[in-house]
Write a protein that binds this ligand. Sequence first.
Ligand SMILES: NC(=O)C1=CN([C@@H]2O[C@H](COP(=O)(O)OP(=O)(O)OC[C@H]3O[C@@H](n4cnc5c(N)ncnc54)[C@H](OP(=O)(O)O)[C@@H]3O)[C@@H](O)[C@H]2O)C=CC1
Ligand SMILES: O=C1O[C@H](COP(=O)(O)O)[C@@H](O)[C@H](O)[C@H]1O
Length: 508
Amino acid sequence: MDKTPPQLLIIFGASGDLTERKLIPALFSLYEEKYLPKNFAVLGISRSDSDDGSFRDQVVLQNKHIPETVKNHGLRKSFAEKVFYFDLGDSYDVDYSALNERIEALDKAQKTAGNYIFYLSTPPSLYEIIARNLNKAGLTSDNGGWTRLIVEKPFGYDLASAHELNDNLQKYFQESQIYRIDHYLGKETVQNLLVTRFANSIFEPLWNRNYIRHVEITNAESVGVGKRGGYYDKSGALRDMFQNHLLQIVSLVVMEPPIGSEPEEIRNEKVKALKSLRIMDDPETLHKNTIRGQYLAGESNGEPVIGYRQEEGVDPNSKTETYAALKFYVDNWRWAGVPFYVRTAKRMPTKVTEVVIHFKTPHHQIFRNSMVQNKDNKLIIRIQPNEGILVKFGVKVPGQGFEVERANLDFYYSELADQKIMEAYERLLLDAMQGDATLYARADEVEAAWEFVDPIVKFWQTDPNAVTFGYSAGMWGPKNADELIEGEYTWRNPGEHLTDDPGFCVIV
Ligand SMILES: NC(=O)C1=CN([C@@H]2O[C@H](COP(=O)(O)OP(=O)(O)OC[C@H]3O[C@@H](n4cnc5c(N)ncnc54)[C@H](OP(=O)(O)O)[C@@H]3O)[C@@H](O)[C@H]2O)C=CC1
Ligand SMILES: O=C1O[C@H](COP(=O)(O)O)[C@@H](O)[C@H](O)[C@H]1O
């Protein structure tokens, strides 16, 4: 494709899980769909003792994350020939001259025009080290082609470390070269939030405090922490999901209309949105408006599962949250007084991510005697699964009188049958290859998100009154989270109704 120039993608941390499970399958899919330029190559780098042949075998030919089809059998071989490996030796903190030579040789042989993307898929502690050594080797400036840097999450551990990382990376790369990945932004339905809001005239006029009662966002996973206990126990749901993915969704719901769809036009509005979140830093508000939970043993998909504290790599006395629910406000003209309820959790009954816009009750109730008071017009944006949009509204029950019943207008993305939905990493990689940073987070965006999250993390970690509630795996989280939402409202828990959690408790 013309929009994607020749280039070499250089992955640090190539022997890791992300490369095998996400990056290479995404690249293969782009290759299969003919999105990659003819002159394209991948160079995997790590400390593992491997070579081009074994690396190709591992990440392409034998990679079980690339779906096996009759059609792609031959393609795997031709794609594998574009994949190379470089063994960095014992450390990432070494002289990169030999790497530089390999890159130059590959660039020449594969005719990639001096265009390089460096992808950091290592532990975050190596990001600065790699950037510094690339710079020393003269690999960070545009020498004839262009150079970009993709940085994986987590971007920092708190505001101070994110700020330091931004400073460090910006010593070696221009901000315009840095692409901070957040795979939720690569999801089609997350991007569709922008289109729903700004390509229609029927939603945006209502998108404010005059018509919206509250906003609810749920991100639920049925899985536990799996093999990532060691990482997760130091992170927790707030850092792992909320600071990045959930706040990205919040920013798209909250933002003002950008003047156009250029990357900076959209990113400027997202930063403004994040900066308008009311920071909760007094213990009373934090106590009232934040709930943290941790899963106990229970059931997942009908099978018994262990509790979080029994997971591999997790401290048996851990209080780390696998559930986080927050109520907060947005201090700007559009959203003054509208509560936002946002939760993210593991070991829920199902996997679902959705945004629910709850509209206010009509100003005057004409059909007072109806059994169903149509108090809740809702717009539900289903991010995953069953990607689509659902509008709930009231209709008249046929017959005498004015009985009101709820009805649905339901759109599923799958109905656009001939459109394949690109996987998030495919979309994001392709965008970076084409130099489009719209769906990548900017330095100030990441820092604004940390500014909001930091005081909550600190409160949970240090305040003696900050409690972690236990909930049984397979339930909808600590039941007192229901009390976060005032009035007769409660969380929309898609799927079957579950009875009271017998395991609900305070974790000590
Ligand atoms: N896996 C996933 O689904 C996701 C991962 N990420 C992020 O992507 C990055 C890579 O993740 P992932 O591939 O899962 O991680 P892995 O632990 O599976 O791989 C890490 C890679 O970094 C290298 N490495 C260098 N030093 C170390 C070290 N001290 N400890 C461990 N590995 C080291 C490893 O190779 P070698 O030791 O041979 O050099 C390996 O290639 C991380 O920043 C992670 O947070 C983000 C979202 C999802
Ligand atoms: O970044 C992360 O995301 C996954 C969830 O991603 P999804 O695309 O499956 O919704 C989460 O499991 C993981 O803990 C987190 O690091």
